[in-house]
Design a protein around this ligand. Structure first.
Ligand code: SF4
Length: 101
């Protein structure tokens, strides 16, 4: 089933400024995850004033489908892994500091 940001009834403040509101949902949820399939949506995202908010939201919420903030699902998975790794490193460093005399 095709979705669009405009049809979602969730509290995401940046949504009101999303430049994809009213666009064809199929553009942002292309079949397949190839760069070619995602290119038109990613091009549109790069002109969107809420690109960073959108991308961060999708990464934080583990959005598995579609183009969000000019990223594909595989790009978001990589970002999520990087964020989790950085968080784990920070926690380990904090724990080491607390244990040092
Ligand atoms: S960054 Fe892309 S998907 Fe996100 S709100 Fe803007 S146009 Fe829509």
């Amino acid at each position: 089933m095709a979705r669009s940001l405009a049809s979602w009834n969730v509290d995401i403040g940046w949504h009101a400024q999303a430049s994809c509101v009213g666009e064809d949902p199929e553009l942002f949820f292309p079949l397949g995850e190839t760069d070619t399939a995602a290119a038109p949506a990613r091009t549109g995202c790069r002109r969107c004033p809420v690109l960073n908010d959108c991308r961060d939201w999708a990464v934080r919420h583990g959005e598995t489908d579609g183009v969000w903030g000019a990223t594909t699902p595989s790009q978001r998975r990589a970002l999520r892994r990087a964020v989790l790794a950085a968080s784990a490193r920070a926690l380990l460093e904090q724990a080491a500091e607390q244990q040092s005399p």
